[in-house]
Design a protein around this ligand. Structure first.
Ligand SMILES: Cc1ncc(COP(=O)(O)O)c(C=O)c1O
Length: 580
């Protein structure tokens, strides 16, 4: 008999997957048996036909059919056995992909998917519905200003209202001070028309951009005299900074080392933006695991690095568990193999430098010789409004690969630093305003407040029987999982959601996290109280609450053929982009 192991451990994961696989195979078995009996009847007809032709004897057909049935049963039985002991992800997903091509499996999946999507369409439609008429095409006559303002205000009605005193949302909103918020909006409106593409007309925003990059670079190891070449540019957000740094690295390595089949080593915890970059820029992703603290495994990187590696991608910290990868060790590897190293500091860039006293041993920036690029989000802990981030490079030579110059265009000589052409001067100016308004003191105060709340939240969660914090790095992300079979963390989330919490839902292992910001830090004690209650409720209501999303999260996380989940996500995106 297999012993029950705590949830989240490899043994338990395997048991759950095996159970699921077994039930799928049992269903499959039944369907194939039905098919076989149908086939048996068909054979009888064919056999009669053949008899009439006198080509084969009845005995021939009986033997053939018997062998066929035995063989099919053997294949099925073996598949079930393999599935029972399966631990190989690729093999599992390949098997499921094969099954997905079977007509009856495809039919079943499509039917279930349509059911789910039609429910989603209904939910989205009701979440967007209001008394206003939908605008699916341009109005013939433009609306007066008063009407535009009235309708825009009405549309906002269903949005989550963020108030610092009651904010129960993970991350998302980073500004707590209403004066700061308004200041950014005012400065934005003063420069909303400005465009750094026209540098002669708008020197103001060009100067602000250069200053933002310089302030950010100095914060992240670009301050010392031997690092004076650290430079960068502004982008629209973390994803664009990451995409830009990866594209630049690919082109730089192509030119310098003639790498034509580029590979990039990432941890399984790296942000989803790297998958986008790999897809857009045709780079092979090499995924490595994380250790029990959620940090990238150096030994696996050493094994996977090769002559096609252009980049080791690290996080400080990672989105799922707030783990800070061992960047110093990885920087040494990057230097030894002469490849680039990116640090995704989208979350940590404006927090970690202000926690030197608390986490003094962690060096994660351009102080390390192997770090060649960084992404740092000013629209997160930089406290600017949405639409701004900074991408940094260790040298001007690298940054040049970001630029596009067009010399022979009939539209004139053209130079642009990044993917967009025109950019919003408003976004640049409000970012500049946020940085100079916060200053070192302002950022230090916020970082220390977040750190203290994270310490408290981690201690409290670990004291709740059945819950366990993931990782040991202390920063803005606190992630936790269940370590008791009876506690389904997704049901805990459903209950927390019914109490107004909007936490981040993680998978592999199933877990939740709170990203602590200045705008939700005061609600952390309330989360502890609600978590205790939710765990208590799960123990008394193990099947979950009505209308909860736990079954969907559970299913989405455990379907071995990720293609099914990927297709479903694309269908959901279609719905979100429609005028429901
Ligand atoms: C570590 C990390 N990197 C990158 C991103 C992507 O940032 P954005 O959503 O601004 O594109 C995020 C967003 O949460 C993040 O947490």
């Amino acid at each position: 008999m297999r012993k029950n192991t705590p949830q989240g451990k490899k043994g338990d994961w395997a048991v759950r997957n095996r159970k699921q696989l077994r039930s799928v195979f049992v269903q499959l078995n039944n369907s194939i048996c039905n098919m076989l009996s149908l086939q048996w009847q068909l054979m009888e007809i064919i056999q009669l036909w053949h008899l009439s032709l006198q080509s084969y004897s009845l005995i021939d057909f009986l033997i053939f059919s018997g062998v066929f049935i035995l063989f099919s049963s053997f294949v099925l039985h073996t598949s079930v056995q393999i599935a029972n002991f399966l631990r190989h992800e690729k093999l599992k997903s390949t098997l499921f992909r094969c099954f997905r091509t079977m007509p009856f499996v495809a039919f079943f999946i499509s039917k279930e998917k349509q059911k789910m999507l039609s429910q989603l369409r209904k939910d989205i439609s009701s979440s967007r519905s209001c008394i206003l008429k939908k605008n699916e095409e341009l109005p013939k006559t433009g609306w007066p200003v008063a009407r535009v303002l009235k309708e825009a205000t009405a549309l906002k009605e269903k949005d989550t209202v963020i108030s610092v005193a009651t904010n129960k949302m993970s991350g998302t909103v980073y500004i707590a001070d209403s004066d700061h918020f308004e200041m950014c909006n005012i400065v934005y409106s003063q420069f909303a028309h400005a465009n750094p593409l026209h540098s002669e007309a708008f020197p103001s925003v060009c100067r602000m951009e250069a200053e933002i990059v310089s302030m950010t670079a100095k914060l992240l190891g670009g301050g010392s005299p031997d690092k004076k070449n650290v430079c960068g540019a502004i982008t629209s957000g973390g994803t664009e900074s990451i995409l830009t740094a990866i594209r630049v690295t690919r082109d730089y390595m192509q030119k310098r080392k003639k790498i034509s089949f580029p590979e990039m080593i990432i941890a399984i915890s790296a942000h989803a933006a790297v998958y986008k970059a790999a897809e857009y820029f045709k780079i092979q992703l090499i995924r490595v695991g994380v250790d029990k603290e959620g940090r990238m495994r150096v030994d696996e990187v050493k094994k996977k690095i090769n002559k096609n590696t252009i980049l080791i991608y690290t996080s400080a910290p990672s989105y799922p568990h707030g783990a800070i990868d061992p960047i110093a060790a990885l920087s040494e590897i990057a230097l030894a193999y002469d490849c680039c190293l990116h640090v995704d500091a989208c979350l940590g860039g404006f927090v970690l430098p202000f926690l030197k006293a608390e986490i003094s041993t962690i060096i994660f920036d351009f102080e390390l010789a192997g770090v060649t690029s960084m992404s740092v989000d000013t629209h997160k802990y930089g406290c600017a409004q949405k639409g701004s981030s900074v991408v940094l490079y260790s040298s001007r030579e690298l940054r040049k690969f970001q630029y596009t110059s067009v010399m022979d265009w009939t539209g004139g000589l053209y130079i642009s630093p990044s993917q967009p052409g025109s950019r919003s001067g408003g976004l640049i100016s409000q970012t500049w305003a946020a940085l100079v308004h916060m200053g070192i003191d302002g950022y230090t105060t916020v970082a220390k407040e977040i750190y203290a709340a994270a310490v408290m939240l981690r201690t409290e969660i670990n004291s709740i029987p059945g819950l366990q914090v993931i990782g040991e790095d202390i920063n803005m992300i606190v992630a936790w999982k269940s370590n008791m079979n009876k506690i389904n963390i997704y049901i805990v989330n459903d209950i927390l959601q019914s109490k107004g919490w909007q936490l981040s839902v993680l998978q592999a292992p199933p877990a939740l996290h709170l990203c602590i910001t200045a705008a939700n830090v005061s609600c952390v004690p309330r989360l502890v109280a609600d978590l205790r209650l939710s765990v208590y409720e799960v123990l008394s209501l193990p099947e979950g609450i009505k209308g909860g999303k736990a079954p969907i999260y559970g299913m989405a996380g455990s379907v071995p053929d990720r293609g099914v989940v990927g297709d479903l996500l694309k269908d959901i995106q279609d719905i979100l982009l429609s005028t429901y």
